[in-house]
Design a protein around this ligand. Structure first.
Ligand SMILES: [Zn+2]
Length: 285
Protein backbone atom coordinates (compact mmCIF):
# COMPACT_ATOMS: atom_id res chain seq x y z
CA UNK A 1 0.00 0.00 0.00
CA UNK A 2 1.24 3.47 -0.69
CA UNK A 3 3.67 4.87 1.74
CA UNK A 4 3.13 8.58 1.99
CA UNK A 5 0.43 8.26 4.65
CA UNK A 6 3.06 7.78 7.28
CA UNK A 7 4.51 11.24 7.04
CA UNK A 8 1.67 12.38 9.28
CA UNK A 9 1.81 9.31 11.51
CA UNK A 10 5.36 10.03 12.50
CA UNK A 11 4.09 12.78 14.76
CA UNK A 12 1.58 10.58 16.62
CA UNK A 13 2.37 9.53 20.22
CA UNK A 14 -1.99 5.15 18.75
CA UNK A 15 -12.28 -9.14 14.90
CA UNK A 16 -13.94 -10.37 12.12
CA UNK A 17 -16.35 -13.29 12.44
CA UNK A 18 -14.72 -16.51 13.49
CA UNK A 19 -14.68 -19.35 11.02
CA UNK A 20 -15.36 -22.84 12.22
CA UNK A 21 -12.35 -24.21 14.01
CA UNK A 22 -10.68 -26.99 12.06
CA UNK A 23 -10.64 -30.46 13.50
CA UNK A 24 -7.63 -31.08 15.74
CA UNK A 25 -4.65 -32.05 13.66
CA UNK A 26 -1.17 -32.95 14.84
CA UNK A 27 2.12 -33.07 13.01
CA UNK A 28 3.37 -36.45 11.81
CA UNK A 29 5.69 -38.22 14.25
CA UNK A 30 9.15 -36.69 14.30
CA UNK A 31 8.05 -33.38 12.83
CA UNK A 32 7.94 -30.16 14.82
CA UNK A 33 4.37 -29.03 15.38
CA UNK A 34 3.38 -26.09 13.21
CA UNK A 35 0.81 -23.49 14.32
CA UNK A 36 -0.47 -20.30 12.73
CA UNK A 37 -2.22 -17.42 14.49
CA UNK A 38 -3.77 -14.42 12.78
CA UNK A 39 -3.08 -11.14 14.53
CA UNK A 40 -4.99 -7.87 14.26
CA UNK A 41 -2.54 -5.29 12.95
CA UNK A 42 -4.98 -2.47 12.26
CA UNK A 43 -7.61 -1.44 9.74
CA UNK A 44 -7.94 1.13 6.99
CA UNK A 45 -10.85 2.77 5.22
CA UNK A 46 -9.53 3.97 1.89
CA UNK A 47 -11.56 7.00 0.76
CA UNK A 48 -11.42 6.41 -3.00
CA UNK A 49 -10.40 2.86 -3.61
CA UNK A 50 -10.97 2.84 -7.36
CA UNK A 51 -8.34 5.47 -7.93
CA UNK A 52 -6.02 4.24 -5.20
CA UNK A 53 -5.93 0.53 -6.00
CA UNK A 54 -6.35 0.30 -9.75
CA UNK A 55 -4.81 1.79 -12.88
CA UNK A 56 -7.48 0.61 -15.34
CA UNK A 57 -10.76 2.00 -13.95
CA UNK A 58 -11.99 -1.43 -12.84
CA UNK A 59 -13.53 -0.24 -9.57
CA UNK A 60 -16.20 2.31 -8.71
CA UNK A 61 -15.53 5.48 -6.79
CA UNK A 62 -16.10 5.39 -3.06
CA UNK A 63 -14.63 4.03 0.14
CA UNK A 64 -13.26 0.55 0.80
CA UNK A 65 -12.61 -1.12 4.14
CA UNK A 66 -9.53 -3.29 4.40
CA UNK A 67 -7.66 -4.77 7.33
CA UNK A 68 -3.98 -4.95 8.11
CA UNK A 69 -3.19 -8.45 9.32
CA UNK A 70 -0.06 -10.07 10.70
CA UNK A 71 0.64 -13.71 11.46
CA UNK A 72 2.51 -15.65 14.12
CA UNK A 73 3.95 -19.00 13.05
CA UNK A 74 5.25 -21.42 15.68
CA UNK A 75 7.53 -24.20 14.45
CA UNK A 76 8.31 -26.47 17.40
CA UNK A 77 9.47 -23.88 19.94
CA UNK A 78 10.63 -21.34 17.35
CA UNK A 79 8.68 -18.29 16.17
CA UNK A 80 8.30 -16.34 12.95
CA UNK A 81 6.29 -13.12 12.87
CA UNK A 82 5.01 -12.50 9.34
CA UNK A 83 4.56 -8.77 8.73
CA UNK A 84 4.47 -6.09 11.42
CA UNK A 85 1.34 -4.12 10.51
CA UNK A 86 0.49 -0.50 11.04
CA UNK A 87 2.33 1.42 13.79
CA UNK A 88 0.97 0.75 17.29
CA UNK A 89 0.88 4.50 17.89
CA UNK A 90 -2.58 4.18 16.30
CA UNK A 91 -3.99 2.27 19.30
CA UNK A 92 -6.56 4.65 20.76
CA UNK A 93 -5.59 7.30 18.21
CA UNK A 94 -7.32 6.70 14.88
CA UNK A 95 -6.01 8.96 12.15
CA UNK A 96 -7.90 10.41 9.22
CA UNK A 97 -6.04 11.74 6.22
CA UNK A 98 -7.41 12.80 2.83
CA UNK A 99 -6.69 9.34 1.53
CA UNK A 100 -8.54 7.53 4.32
CA UNK A 101 -8.72 6.54 7.97
CA UNK A 102 -6.41 4.20 9.90
CA UNK A 103 -7.14 2.64 13.27
CA UNK A 104 -5.95 -0.14 15.57
CA UNK A 105 -7.47 -2.07 18.46
CA UNK A 106 -4.43 -3.84 19.93
CA UNK A 107 -0.71 -3.93 19.40
CA UNK A 108 1.09 -7.07 18.30
CA UNK A 109 3.04 -7.15 21.58
CA UNK A 110 -0.24 -7.07 23.51
CA UNK A 111 -1.64 -9.96 21.48
CA UNK A 112 1.56 -11.97 21.91
CA UNK A 113 1.32 -11.40 25.66
CA UNK A 114 -2.05 -13.17 25.61
CA UNK A 115 -0.26 -16.17 24.05
CA UNK A 116 2.53 -15.94 26.66
CA UNK A 117 5.03 -15.08 23.93
CA UNK A 118 7.59 -12.39 24.69
CA UNK A 119 8.96 -10.16 21.89
CA UNK A 120 12.47 -11.55 22.41
CA UNK A 121 11.17 -15.04 21.57
CA UNK A 122 10.50 -13.94 17.98
CA UNK A 123 13.45 -15.45 16.11
CA UNK A 124 12.48 -14.21 12.65
CA UNK A 125 10.59 -11.15 11.48
CA UNK A 126 9.61 -11.89 7.89
CA UNK A 127 8.11 -9.03 5.94
CA UNK A 128 6.21 -9.34 2.69
CA UNK A 129 7.46 -5.90 1.64
CA UNK A 130 8.61 -2.59 3.03
CA UNK A 131 5.36 -0.55 2.92
CA UNK A 132 4.37 1.23 6.13
CA UNK A 133 1.35 -0.98 6.83
CA UNK A 134 3.62 -4.06 6.96
CA UNK A 135 6.56 -2.80 9.02
CA UNK A 136 4.95 -0.43 11.55
CA UNK A 137 5.64 -2.49 14.68
CA UNK A 138 8.99 -3.91 13.56
CA UNK A 139 10.88 -1.77 16.13
CA UNK A 140 9.24 -3.86 18.90
CA UNK A 141 11.32 -6.88 17.79
CA UNK A 142 14.94 -5.70 17.62
CA UNK A 143 16.31 -9.14 18.51
CA UNK A 144 14.63 -10.85 15.55
CA UNK A 145 16.47 -11.62 12.34
CA UNK A 146 14.78 -9.63 9.58
CA UNK A 147 13.92 -11.64 6.47
CA UNK A 148 13.47 -9.19 3.60
CA UNK A 149 13.75 -9.16 -0.18
CA UNK A 150 17.03 -7.63 -1.34
CA UNK A 151 15.13 -5.44 -3.78
CA UNK A 152 13.27 -3.84 -0.90
CA UNK A 153 16.50 -3.22 1.01
CA UNK A 154 17.80 -1.43 -2.07
CA UNK A 155 14.65 0.68 -2.29
CA UNK A 156 14.96 1.78 1.33
CA UNK A 157 18.69 2.50 1.07
CA UNK A 158 18.35 4.57 -2.09
CA UNK A 159 18.68 8.36 -1.93
CA UNK A 160 16.10 9.51 -1.17
CA UNK A 161 14.63 6.29 0.26
CA UNK A 162 11.50 4.91 -1.40
CA UNK A 163 9.72 5.40 1.91
CA UNK A 164 11.40 7.42 4.66
CA UNK A 165 9.02 6.21 7.37
CA UNK A 166 9.54 2.55 6.53
CA UNK A 167 13.29 3.16 6.33
CA UNK A 168 13.06 4.56 9.86
CA UNK A 169 10.95 1.62 11.11
CA UNK A 170 13.55 -0.82 9.73
CA UNK A 171 16.54 1.41 10.46
CA UNK A 172 17.84 -0.90 13.21
CA UNK A 173 18.46 -3.56 10.56
CA UNK A 174 19.35 -1.29 7.65
CA UNK A 175 22.28 0.23 9.55
CA UNK A 176 23.55 -3.20 10.58
CA UNK A 177 22.58 -3.16 14.26
CA UNK A 178 20.04 -5.94 13.81
CA UNK A 179 20.60 -9.24 12.01
CA UNK A 180 19.04 -9.48 8.60
CA UNK A 181 18.93 -11.92 5.71
CA UNK A 182 18.45 -10.34 2.30
CA UNK A 183 16.58 -12.70 0.02
CA UNK A 184 16.98 -13.09 -3.73
CA UNK A 185 15.02 -16.32 -4.17
CA UNK A 186 12.43 -18.42 -2.34
CA UNK A 187 13.50 -18.97 1.27
CA UNK A 188 12.91 -22.03 3.46
CA UNK A 189 12.60 -20.36 6.88
CA UNK A 190 13.03 -23.35 9.23
CA UNK A 191 14.86 -25.72 6.88
CA UNK A 192 12.22 -28.41 6.55
CA UNK A 193 10.26 -27.05 3.59
CA UNK A 194 7.12 -26.28 5.57
CA UNK A 195 7.41 -22.49 5.92
CA UNK A 196 8.62 -20.85 2.73
CA UNK A 197 8.84 -17.25 1.61
CA UNK A 198 7.79 -17.15 -2.05
CA UNK A 199 9.44 -14.54 -4.25
CA UNK A 200 6.75 -12.52 -6.04
CA UNK A 201 8.19 -9.17 -7.19
CA UNK A 202 6.11 -6.38 -8.65
CA UNK A 203 4.23 -4.67 -5.85
CA UNK A 204 7.70 -3.74 -4.60
CA UNK A 205 11.03 -4.93 -6.01
CA UNK A 206 11.51 -7.47 -3.21
CA UNK A 207 7.93 -8.52 -2.48
CA UNK A 208 7.21 -11.97 -0.97
CA UNK A 209 4.27 -14.16 0.03
CA UNK A 210 4.45 -16.91 2.67
CA UNK A 211 3.53 -20.56 2.18
CA UNK A 212 2.79 -22.42 5.44
CA UNK A 213 2.28 -26.17 5.05
CA UNK A 214 0.16 -26.90 8.09
CA UNK A 215 -0.80 -30.46 8.99
CA UNK A 216 -4.38 -29.48 8.07
CA UNK A 217 -3.27 -28.26 4.64
CA UNK A 218 -1.24 -25.48 3.04
CA UNK A 219 -2.01 -21.80 3.66
CA UNK A 220 -0.77 -19.09 1.33
CA UNK A 221 -0.44 -15.62 2.88
CA UNK A 222 -0.55 -13.10 0.06
CA UNK A 223 1.50 -10.16 1.25
CA UNK A 224 0.12 -7.49 -1.10
CA UNK A 225 0.09 -9.72 -4.18
CA UNK A 226 -3.61 -8.90 -3.99
CA UNK A 227 -5.40 -6.41 -1.72
CA UNK A 228 -8.95 -7.83 -1.97
CA UNK A 229 -10.94 -10.56 -3.65
CA UNK A 230 -12.08 -8.81 -6.84
CA UNK A 231 -8.47 -8.07 -7.73
CA UNK A 232 -7.86 -11.78 -8.36
CA UNK A 233 -10.35 -11.96 -11.22
CA UNK A 234 -9.65 -8.61 -12.87
CA UNK A 235 -5.86 -8.60 -12.32
CA UNK A 236 -6.15 -5.11 -10.91
CA UNK A 237 -2.76 -3.44 -10.56
CA UNK A 238 -2.42 -0.52 -8.15
CA UNK A 239 -0.87 2.50 -9.87
CA UNK A 240 1.82 2.70 -7.19
CA UNK A 241 3.17 -0.80 -7.83
CA UNK A 242 6.86 -0.91 -8.64
CA UNK A 243 6.54 -2.92 -11.86
CA UNK A 244 3.31 -3.75 -13.71
CA UNK A 245 4.68 -6.63 -15.78
CA UNK A 246 6.33 -8.25 -12.77
CA UNK A 247 3.06 -7.89 -10.85
CA UNK A 248 1.10 -9.77 -13.51
CA UNK A 249 3.75 -12.50 -13.74
CA UNK A 250 3.74 -12.88 -9.97
CA UNK A 251 -0.07 -13.09 -9.92
CA UNK A 252 0.21 -15.99 -12.36
CA UNK A 253 2.75 -17.80 -10.18
CA UNK A 254 0.76 -17.16 -7.00
CA UNK A 255 -2.44 -18.52 -8.52
CA UNK A 256 -0.70 -21.61 -9.91
CA UNK A 257 0.88 -22.42 -6.53
CA UNK A 258 -2.48 -22.01 -4.81
CA UNK A 259 -4.24 -24.20 -7.37
CA UNK A 260 -1.60 -26.91 -7.58
CA UNK A 261 -1.26 -27.27 -3.80
CA UNK A 262 -4.93 -26.72 -3.03
CA UNK A 263 -3.81 -23.99 -0.67
CA UNK A 264 -6.09 -21.84 1.45
CA UNK A 265 -5.41 -18.34 0.12
CA UNK A 266 -5.45 -15.52 2.65
CA UNK A 267 -5.39 -12.07 1.04
CA UNK A 268 -3.95 -10.20 3.97
CA UNK A 269 -5.98 -6.98 3.51
CA UNK A 270 -9.26 -8.82 2.74
CA UNK A 271 -11.44 -9.17 5.86
CA UNK A 272 -13.33 -12.17 4.44
CA UNK A 273 -10.05 -14.01 3.82
CA UNK A 274 -8.53 -13.27 7.21
CA UNK A 275 -11.74 -14.68 8.73
CA UNK A 276 -11.00 -18.04 7.05
CA UNK A 277 -8.47 -18.62 9.84
CA UNK A 278 -9.50 -19.37 13.43
CA UNK A 279 -10.24 -16.27 15.48
CA UNK A 280 -7.44 -15.18 17.80
CA UNK A 281 -6.31 -16.60 20.18
CA UNK A 282 -7.15 -19.89 18.48
CA UNK A 283 -4.51 -21.23 16.07
CA UNK A 284 -4.68 -23.13 12.81
CA UNK A 285 -2.60 -26.32 12.87
ZN1 LIG B 1 -0.44 -3.40 2.41
Amino acid sequence: MKSFLLAALASLAAAGPASAQPAPVTAPAGQAELSLWRLDCGALTVAQYGAFFNDAFDYPAGPKDVVASCYLIKHGDRYLLWDAGLPDALVGNPMTLPIGTMRMQRSVVDQLRQLNVRPEQIEYLGISHYHFDHVGQAPRFPGATLLIGRGDVGALLSTPPADADSAAALGHWLVGEGEKTELTADHDVFGDGRVTMIKLPGHTPGHYALLVRLASGPVLLSGDMYHFTEQVANRGVPPFNHNRADTLASMDRFDRIARNLGARVIIQHEPADVAKLPAFPQAAR
